[in-house]
Design a protein around this ligand. Structure first.
Ligand SMILES: Cc1cc2nc3c(=O)[nH]c(=O)nc-3n(C[C@H](O)[C@H](O)[C@H](O)COP(=O)(O)OP(=O)(O)OC[C@H]3O[C@@H](n4cnc5c(N)ncnc54)[C@H](O)[C@@H]3O)c2cc1C
Length: 394
């Protein structure tokens, strides 16, 4: 069956990036169709688990800052349009040893770079001494040498709420959405692109956005596939047992805490969303390369316990090793850990939006908008030159 309805744009993958793109296309009056192999929001890709950290001064590089600033504006607008809570500005705290010039891999100088980004973009922030930290955030077991960067405009975003709101608004404005539809092929021909699906349909559009997350490599030439490596990540919820700190945990900020020089010496987490009963916390795994269609989705009790013992005990006060919930998720990592937002290498009518490693969600609303404008108008309102595919292939 061939769909001859003549779409302006097709979006393949409706997770964080694709739902944002579909919404931005629909609100511009484009005839747009979105396709997904599952039914977003779902728990099988990179965008689930209740919360994602957002911070405006991006230590990973100032080229990201315009994305998060624009994303916050889009979510504010979506919230007022739909009455859905998406973004909670509870503050973001980066705890760190003072920047002493030591080599800490990708985290080297992170606090300094975050501070510099805040100063460059005029983002409200405070640098906190250990005494400040102890008085304002008694829930953290900081050491005498620890310092903090605090950003009051940071906080967390609900990935499920954002995807749901963007898809619902897109549908309301006329976007076609096909879930449980696996795209098995994408080709470019004179005047457009054609997707084929596992159920034998073909769908045509003038242009496409490819936002297939951890599956993006399926749509790339073989030699480029190793540039996008899916890694298994774990999310853990541990019980709290300090009623005297309930208020601090409930009203507190999101936090990121590199506590040593090794790759495992890092974790991040969220305030308690259940009134002081538990906390969601996680670290990052860069040695757990997996096939997104076939990997162990169960977090072992030993995995949670090892994380608790190594990073959390004594740092998150009142946190017990009792796991109340756990989940796996996928980071898709490029060789330099930076995003790819560029034309497809062999199909110039297709815009490629990479799954953006471990910090893409906070930027996703704006990335969707940039991808749409680049696809249909040939230019993005935010400079994408730092995110070219070509930088990884030279
Ligand atoms: C554990 C974890 C913690 C994170 N924490 C943060 C954080 O605190 N802050 C932050 O900013 N970012 C964070 N991130 C990163 C952020 O969540 C991701 O960058 C972002 O969600 C990726 O979105 P995506 O749209 O690329 O992928 P996805 O949301 O996974 O969407 C891809 C979609 O494509 C669909 N698809 C794939 N193949 C096909 C096909 N062949 N046909 C049809 N559909 C297809 C999939 O079903 C899926 O719905 C975290 C990620 C993880 C895994």
């Amino acid at each position: 069956m061939t769909d001859r309805s003549g779409y302006d744009l097709m979006v393949i993958g409706l997770g964080a990036m694709g739902s944002a793109a579909l919404y931005q296309a629909a609100r511009r009056g484009l005839r747009v169709i979105g396709l997904d192999r599952h039914a977003p929001p779902h728990t099988l890709g990179s965008t689930h688990g209740e919360t994602r950290i957002t911070r405006q001064a991006i230590g990973e590089g100032t080229a990201y800052v315009p994305f998060v600033l624009r994303s916050h504006a889009i979510w504010d607008e979506l919230e007022s349009q739909t009455g859905t809570r998406i973004l909670t500005r509870c503050g973001a705290l980066l705890l760190s040893q003072p920047d002493d010039g030591a080599d800490r891999g990708i985290r080297t100088g992170f606090l300094q770079r975050t501070r510099l980004a805040a100063e460059t973009f005029g983002i409200a922030h405070e640098i906190l001494s250990h005494d400040d930290l102890r008085h304002r955030f008694p829930q953290f077991g900081t050491a005498a040498e620890d310092v903090g960067y605090y950003e009051p405009g940071g906080g967390w975003v609900s990935p499920e709420a954002a995807i749901t709101a963007q898809l619902a608004e897109a549908a309301r404005m006329g976007a076609a959405i096909r879930t449980d539809t696996v795209v098995t092929g994408l080709s470019q021909h004179a005047g457009g692109v054609t997707a084929t699906t596992a159920d034998g349909a073909t769908i045509r559009a003038d242009r496409a956005i490819l936002s297939a997350g951890a599956w993006v490599a399926d749509f790339l030439p073989h030699d480029l596939r190793p540039l996008f490596q899916p890694h298994r990540q774990m999310l853990h919820w541990f019980a709290l047992d300090r009623p005297d700190l309930s208020r601090a945990w409930t009203d507190g900020p999101v936090y990121m805490w590199p506590h040593g020089d090794g790759q495992d010496d890092f974790f991040y987490g969220f305030p308690s969303l259940d009134g002081g009963g538990s906390l969601k916390v996680a670290n990052e795994q860069y040695n757990a390369l997996v096939d997104p269609n076939d990997f162990n989705r169960v977090v072992g009790a030993g995995e949670s316990r090892a994380f608790y013992d190594h990073s959390l005990a004594g740092r998150l006060l009142g946190l017990t090793p009792r796991v109340t919930k756990a989940a796996t998720c996928l980071y898709t990592v490029t060789p330099d850990s930076a995003f790819v937002i560029d034309s497809h290498p062999t199909m110039d009518l297709v815009q490629l939006v990479s799954p953006c490693s471990g910090h893409g969600f906070k930027h996703s609303a704006a990335i969707g908008e940039c991808a749409v404008l680049r696809a249909v108008e040939g230019a993005s309102p935010i400079d994408l030159s730092a995110f070219s595919l070509g930088r990884l292939t030279v």
